[in-house]
Design a protein around this ligand. Structure first.
Ligand SMILES: Nc1ncnc2c1ncn2[C@@H]1O[C@H](COP(=O)(O)OP(=O)(O)OP(=O)(O)O)[C@@H](O)[C@H]1O
Ligand SMILES: [Mg+2]
Length: 319
């Protein structure tokens, strides 16, 4: 039985001197046999989350628990064992070894784990039959279609019969006929004894899912209510870098500092907003997270607008 619990997961990267936080306090739970779909636009943290699940990246905070094993705290040989036996990985670009046949590609993880050649071959042949490639065992990747290569990659991920299989954009390079076959296979392998997590930006895949995790931290929340007044005390933070962009603010009184968090823990001032000025419009317009944090420098009064209200009440300011 496999149960996956992700609890308050946060990942921070240092990039170009700035702090990037693609995942922030993410929590979800999935049960044995489930197909979990991680959905979201480019840059929302799908590969980051899969890397944490695969044990390739240590989260900044929070926990990942598979059954009673806390993956995020595994180290050394326990982590190696987890990577080798507990999780099977399917990449977007298949990552097959070009000089080896389909069967030998599937045998690789088995041989690395010390399985005898004849047993590894027997198991590889069984897996390739399971993914519907019984006729293609001896073909090299270059002689297989994209969909067939992805099936080989799935067979390889299943070699150790892992309770967790993760797949990063497994259908990205495939035409629709191949997509259907690969999706059917992914749905089939999410069965008792196993849990499958697939990252995609293709919303159609959610039709097959038991659990959909929308990584919306980078997405715009577009509230469509009336403008509202917001009061801030000096030093109070209105939003933080990396937050979902929701409102656009007009400063009526007081002062607002926009600043970026630096990788070294410091801050960089971006802009000081005086009464009459507005800010925070780029995020909602471009569907981007907040690129800076906003904090009051004095007792402040603001009016917050949804994107459409803002558009109808303000003309565009020159860039
Ligand atoms: N090693 C790294 N160092 C710094 N920043 C990183 C690193 N890896 C990812 N990022 C940043 O973290 C954010 C999330 O990246 P990630 O690759 O997880 O997104 P994704 O949802 O998989 O996107 P895509 O759909 O394009 O594959 C992006 O802003 C990316 O630039
Ligand atoms: Mg990705």
């Amino acid at each position: 039985m496999a149960t996956l619990t992700v609890d308050n997961l946060t990942v921070e990267y240092k990039s170009g001197g700035y702090l990037v936080r693609p995942l922030r306090d993410l929590s979800f739970r999935a049960e044995d046999g489930h197909l979990v779909v991680l959905l979201g636009p480019s840059g929302c943290g799908k590969t980051t989350l899969l890397s944490c699940l695969a044990g390739l990246l240590t989260p900044t905070s929070g926990t990942i628990t598979l059954d009673d094993v806390e993956v995020s705290s595994l180290r050394g040989s326990k982590m190696s064992r987890y990577r080798r036996h507990t999780v099977g990985v399917v990449f977007q670009a298949f990552n097959l070894i070009p000089s080896l046949s389909a069967r030998s590609n599937v045998m690789v993880p088995l041989r690395l784990a010390g399985v005898r050649r004849t047993e590894a071959r027997r198991r590889a042949e069984k897996l390739l039959t399971q993914v519907d490639l019984p006729e293609r065992m001896k073909h090299r990747p270059a002689r297989l279609s994209g969909g067939q290569q992805q099936r080989v990659a799935i067979a390889r991920a299943l070699a150790q019969d892992p309770p967790l299989v993760i797949a990063d954009e497994p259908t990205a390079h495939l035409d629709y006929i191949q997509v259907e076959g690969v999706l059917r296979l992914i749905r089939d392998i999410a069965s008792p004894g196993r849990l499958v997590v697939v990252a995609t930006h293709d919303e159609r895949i959610t039709q097959l899912a038991d659990v959909v995790v929308e990584l919306t931290s980078h997405r715009t929340v577009s509230p469509a209510t009336e403008p509202e007044t917001v009061h801030l005390k000096p030093g109070e933070v209105l939003f933080e870098q990396g937050d979902a962009s929701d409102w656009i603010y007009v400063l009526e009184a007081g002062g607002i500092d926009l600043y970026r968090e630096l990788a070294d823990g410091g801050e960089e001032s971006v802009l000081h907003v005086d009464p009459g000025g507005y800010f925070g419009e780029m995020g909602p317009m471009m569907n981007l997270p907040r690129s800076a944090s906003a904090r009051a420098t004095a007792p402040s009064v603001l009016t917050r607008y949804g994107l459409s209200q803002f558009r109808s009440s303000h003309t565009r300011r020159p860039p």
